[in-house]
Design a protein around this ligand. Structure first.
Ligand SMILES: [Zn+2]
Length: 97
């Protein structure tokens, strides 16, 4: 997903929702391409999922964490820290500071 997002010119983020070992939701970032700040990977991945585990390329933002709560996501895993993403040049993560 991360590569797919980058290939389209979007931010290098992606996420999946896994339930019982099966991917039931997934999304590359489409925030830039669709000019939709709500189209973040966490929100898009849980759109068709209920329950399960959210796995994201980075720490989820407060909106995606809240969406996970309302979608009954059991746990959220992140492949990168806020500092790691910020140091990689993703300025939108600065709201955690
Ligand atoms: Zn988010």
């Amino acid at each position: 997903m991360r590569r797919k997002a980058a290939e389209t010119g979007d931010l290098c983020y992606g996420a999946v929702v896994v339930k019982n070992g099966v991917i039931i939701g997934w999304a590359p970032s489409s925030v830039i391409v669709n000019r939709d700040p709500m189209a973040q990977v966490g929100m898009e991945a849980i759109r068709d999922a209920s329950a399960g585990v959210l796995v994201s390329t980075s720490r989820s933002c407060p909106m995606c964490e809240g969406g996970g709560y309302y979608a009954s996501i059991e746990r959220i895993y992140a492949a990168n820290t806020v500092d790691g993403i910020t140091n990689a040049g993703q300025p939108q993560m600065t709201y955690y500071r």
